[in-house]
Design a protein around this ligand. Structure first.
Ligand code: NAP
Length: 548
């Protein structure tokens, strides 16, 4: 435990999702540091606490989208379906929070208003919305990548007479669509999961689509007792294997280059993966995400499925994506999405040529037509990755707000540490693999790396750790370089910040693979935290080694 006297706690942790739960657990049990956690919601679960819209499920399979650090937890918990529902994942988060007795370290219903570095005392002051302050030596942000909901600035929205719900801030009591006319804006993952469920209940659903989306069938199914028993027996090996993969998941490996394999082999592979369900079609070939011609082979395959499923040719044409390479906007995983457009009570309105002009008192207005609805569902996404961090109003050295440091995009060393923001760590921050991987695997790796670093530093009497500007620049360039070897930058996506007006256009996650990233982080730690400035308050900086 720290010997600093002017602090309330050693560490402030922001967020009680999977990242905050595990980081807090490690800080208490491994580091023996005092922790104050803050959570805006009334309970744990993070993204799964807020995204309670109908049909919400994880697009990573439940047996891998779960913690691997504790065998007791994984042996006691039993998943009921291949792709877990939001309620089941939230129940799991609560189960883990109970097991680890984690809630005692958190103040719930408590939003962080600002976090400010004090140069004199080398401490952070976290101010919450209720005006209370907490002084700490370290701050760890565990705010997730997709927690800052984004509602477009539609004129007239305030005067709309019906209910408005964003998928990312869904009412806990649910929304009853029975007998209601519903308009859904957006066709990303949240819309694609919720539209079929809403359509089952509502009198009528109108979907407003700006960009047609590629989605693949989940082929969800129950996990039987015998299957779960096998998984439980294999868990230690499965977890170790997941760490060695690009995305931290267990998927069938690519069979080769789509351009080099013969057509029949390519077709058979896509057929098999389409039939088995989930996003593994994206992983069928080595060059899907790096070569446009190869990409179009998989894209065309999915387009064919859409045309074969949607009965009305005009609707099928509108639903067929042509604006970006498949996978460069996150692939969606659905249950009966395309089939839903065969229902009589579902209509699709393209807002590609004619954007939503305004929200009238009765509903969205497109091309002069007001679409009457009782409930307006905003499935309009998030200010991703940097948004949740910027909303914390963090100010670093010399009074520099994070918003200014990041005016040209989220700059960070390893996605873990920002130059000018000492003793602050960002779990799954910009420049780390985060959203391109199984988030729980990436969260575990970050929480373990950060708490190992704190252990080493505390033992050596180091007071501050901070990315050097040189190391940060080097990492940002490398992240961009890697992104530019892929097709990702070719889409207007939230990965690139395109969905937020005025946001810098930068590919935010590290696309080099979770396995590669893990070994880079291990290497940095092994080299005495290369690229970090480490200093003691009574001495000049001890180590200042630029990144190799
Ligand atoms: P999203 O992918 O960003 O989709 C937002 C949708 O709203 C897009 O279709 C977008 O159109 C549309 N939109 C935004 N502003 C608009 C405007 N002014 N007019 C018309 N349309 C507008 O958001 P999301 O669906 O919430 O998903 C975000 C991410 O969360 C996913 O990519 C995924 O990583 C994660 N997620 C995962 C799951 C899962 O695990 N299964 C489920 C839900 C979400 P454009 O495409 O034209 O911008």
């Amino acid at each position: 435990m720290s010997t600093q006297h002017n602090i309330d706690v050693d560490v402030v942790v922001v967020g009680a999702g999977f990242a905050g739960i595990y980081a807090t657990h490690l800080l208490r049990t491994k580091n023996n540091l005092t922790v104050q956690g803050f959570e805006k919601g009334s309970g744990v679960g993070g993204t799964w606490f807020w995204n309670r819209y109908p049909g919400a499920r994880c697009d990573a399979e439940s047996i891998v989208y779960s913690y691997g650090f504790d065998d007791e937890i994984q042996q006691e918990w039993t998943w009921s379906e291949r792709w877990a529902t939001q309620p089941e994942i939230l129940e799991y988060a609560n189960f883990v929070a109970d097991k680890l007795d984690i809630r005692q370290y958190y103040r719930f219903n408590t939003e962080v208003a600002s976090i400010t570095w004090d140069e004199e005392t080398a401490t952070w002051t976290t101010t919450t919305a209720d005006g209370a302050t907490t002084v700490s030596k370290y701050v760890i942000t565990a705010v997730g990548c997709l927690s800052a909901s984004q509602v477009p600035n539609f004129p007239g929205l305030a005067d709309y007479r019906g209910e408005v719900h964003h998928t990312g801030a869904w009412p806990h009591e649910g929304v009853d669509f029975t007998g209601k006319k519903v308009c859904v804006i957006g066709t990303g993952s949240s819309a694609i999961q919720s539209i079929p469920k809403i359509a089952e209940q509502a009198e009528h659903v109108t979907v407003f689509q700006r960009t047609a989306t590629f989605t693949v069938p989940a082929r969800n199914r129950p996990l039987g007792v015998d299957e779960m028993a096998l998984v439980k027996a294999a868990y230690p090996a499965l977890r170790e294997h997941a760490k060695t993969t690009v995305a931290g998941v267990i998927v069938k490996q690519p069979i080769g280059s789509a351009l080099e394999l013969d057509d029949a082999t390519v077709r058979a592979e896509l057929d098999a993966r389409w039939a088995s369900g989930g996003p593994s079609v994206m992983n069928a070939f080595t060059d899907t995400m790096t070569d446009m011609e190869a990409n179009q082979i998989t894209a065309e395959y999915v387009r064919e499925q859409i045309r074969a499923t949607v009965k009305d040719p005009a609707t099928a044409a509108l639903l067929t994506p042509d604006a970006y390479p498949i996978g460069t906007k996150r692939i969606c995983v659905d249950t009966d999405y395309y089939e839903t457009y065969n229902r009589d009570n579902v209509a699709l309105v393209s807002v590609r040529e004619h954007p939503i002009e305004r929200i009238g008192s009765r509903g969205p207005v497109v091309d002069g037509v007001e679409h009457d609805c009782d409930i307006l569902v905003m499935a309009t996404g998030f200010d991703a990755i940097t948004g949740p961090l910027l909303r914390l109003n963090i100010t670093g050295r010399e009074g520099l707000p994070l918003s200014e440091a990041w005016a040209e995009g989220g700059k960070s060393y390893l996605g873990l540490s920002v130059a000018g923001f000492p003793n602050m760590f960002t779990i799954t921050g910009p420049g780390s693999p985060s959203v391109l991987t199984n988030m729980i695997v990436s969260i575990e790796q970050h929480a373990e790396w950060i708490t190992d670093a704190l252990l080493a530093l505390e033992e050596q009497g180091i007071d501050t750790i901070e990315a050097t500007p040189e190391a940060q620049e080097g990492w940002v360039s490398y992240v961009n370089e890697v992104a530019n070897t892929t097709l990702y930058p070719q889409a207007a996506s939230w990965y690139m910040g395109d969905n937020i007006p005025g946001k810098a256009r930068v590919f935010m996650p590290y696309a080099g693979g979770a396995h590669t990233y893990r070994s880079i982080c291990e290497d940095v730690a092994g080299a005495g935290y290369r690229g970090f400035a480490l200093s003691s308050r009574d001495r000049a900086p001890k180590v200042r080694v630029p990144v190799a």
